[in-house]
Each structure stands twice: as C-alpha cells, then as structure tokens.
Design a protein around this ligand. Structure first.
Ligand SMILES: Oc1ccc(S)c(O)c1
Ligand SMILES: [Zn+2]
Length: 260
C-alpha cells in the first residue's frame, strides 16, 4: 500500500526543504507506543481556561487553516499538567489527510487518525514575545487532539461553515466568538513528551500534551477540510490535503502518561 510518508514527501513544497533538522534530538511528530509510555504520578491535571471573546479571525496560511486569538494578556491560558508556568493560547490549526486512512501527525501504536488538532500556547511568563518563545526549549505548549470518523461535531461545524470563505491561501475572515474548549474530549488523560514544531522552523520548543481520547467528527466535516487549497486565487488549484509531517525518530526520549 502507498505509505503516507512517500505521498507526503511528494506533495507539498513545504517539504522540499530538508525534512530533518541537522543535530535535532527532539523532533516531532512521533509514534506513541502505548506500552512504552511511563505513568508519572507527579503529572497534574491540565487546567484550561479560554475566553471565547479573545478569538480574532480564521485564515488560510497556505499550509493549514488557523484560528488566532488575542494573546496580549492572560485571558486564554493553560496551566498545570507537565507545565511549570502558565501558557497563553495563540492559535489553533489542524493537520489532515486526503483520505480517512491517514492525516494525523502523531500516531498511537502506529495507528493514524484522519486528522489532528493543535492548540498552540506560549510561555509569556518567561518570554516577551511568541517569536522569542518559539526559539526556546520551554517556549511552547501544544495540546494535540485526534479526530476520528464518527458522529457530527456541533462545535467544529461553526469552523466548517467558515471554510468556503477562506478557500485560497492568504484569505481571512473575522471570527469573533469561539470557545476552543468545545473541541476538547471530556477525558482528562494525556501523554506528554518534549518535541518540536512540525512545520518550519521545526524548532525544538514544544512541550507536547497529546489527549488520549479522540473527538468524533463526521465525513462531511473532514471533506470540508479537504476542499481548502494550498494555492492562492488565480494559481493552479492544489487541494490542501496531507499537510502532516512524517514521523520522526524518538531518540533518547520517554513519553509519559497522566494515567495508568
Ligand atoms: O506555532 C506552531 C505552528 C505550527 C505547529 S505544528 C505548532 O505545533 C506550533
Ligand atoms: Zn501543527
């Protein structure tokens, strides 16, 4: 069968740059081998408090679609879990496949999900700007949520309804009230490990918090993601699919779990 990795290498210009960081020791994404993850009783519950009014706009950046938030104050934050500081929500975006067989960035016991949500937060306690935090080992905290094919997701539909207006690269529409916590599964369990951005600059600045339980979305909602384009208006159309990075070596890392 065609392994996604080959398809991914061929598909998107973004990956014509080197796929690995020379000397990278904590790259993402990785396969999470459930039986090799280590329960850590010291891990706290993750506390999430988002203010829906901090939502600004939704746009197509030519790689994914992202919803950005006003991060000029501590209004939408996460704290606890594996984190030593509180982190401010900056944006969330998704990665997905051309078909339901693959699309997520992380895998669990080598299983791909059709899509993966990334909620990106930065350490504004220690660093003055997001751009500086991106360069630091404890600069970012990203919550990863797997999407699986199943029931219609009411909260996601609000996003899906906005996608036709941002079909092309560099299109944006105002999006003034949205509470991203509606995209989180009810189960508090997560895995956590030290990793990197999965898009350039691929910096090794991310504490990953991967939720164990996926959320369910329906086929129409996944198809709506696949109607987006990598390309700008007027260019030859390239559907925005398979915007996930190939798996990276675990190297000298342990994945910890918040659950037994
Ligand atoms: O700021 C970020 C951009 C992209 C990705 S995949 C992240 O995890 C963080
Ligand atoms: Zn991402």
């Amino acid at each position: 069968t065609c392994t996604p990795k080959n398809r991914n290498d061929a598909l998107h210009p973004l990956w014509q740059s080197p796929l690995t960081i020379p000397g990278g020791t904590r790259q993402s994404p990785i396969n999470i081998q459930w039986r090799d993850s280590v329960y850590d009783p010291v891990l706290k519950p993750l506390k999430i408090s988002y203010d829906p009014a901090t939502c600004l706009h939704i746009w197509n950046n030519g790689y994914s679609f992202l919803v950005e938030f006003d991060d000029s104050a501590d209004r939408s934050i996460i704290v606890g879990g594996p984190l030593e500081n509180q982190y401010r929500l900056k944006q969330f975006h998704f990665h997905w496949g051309a078909i339901n067989e693959w699309g997520s960035e992380h895998t669990v016991d080598s299983k791909f999900y059709p899509a993966e949500l990334h909620l990106v937060h930065w350490n504004a306690v220690v660093y003055p700007t997001f751009e500086e935090a991106v360069m630091e080992g404890d600069g970012l905290a990203v919550i990863g949520v797997f999407l699986k094919l199943g029931a219609h997701h009411e909260g996601l539909q609000t996003l899906v309804d906005a996608l036709p207006a941002i079909k092309h690269k560099d299109t944006v529409i105002e999006f003034d009230v949205f509470d991203p916590s509606c995209l989180l599964p009810p189960c508090p369990d997560y895995w956590t490990y030290a990793g990197s951005l999965t898009t350039p600059p691929l910096t090794e600045s991310v504490t990953w918090i991967i939720k164990k339980q996926p959320i369910e979305v329906d086929e129409n909602q996944l198809e709506a993601f696949r109607m987006l384009l990598f390309t700008s208006d007027g260019e030859e159309e390239k559907r925005m699919v398979d915007n996930f990075r190939p798996l990276q070596p675990l190297m000298n890392r342990t994945v910890r779990s918040s659950f037994q």
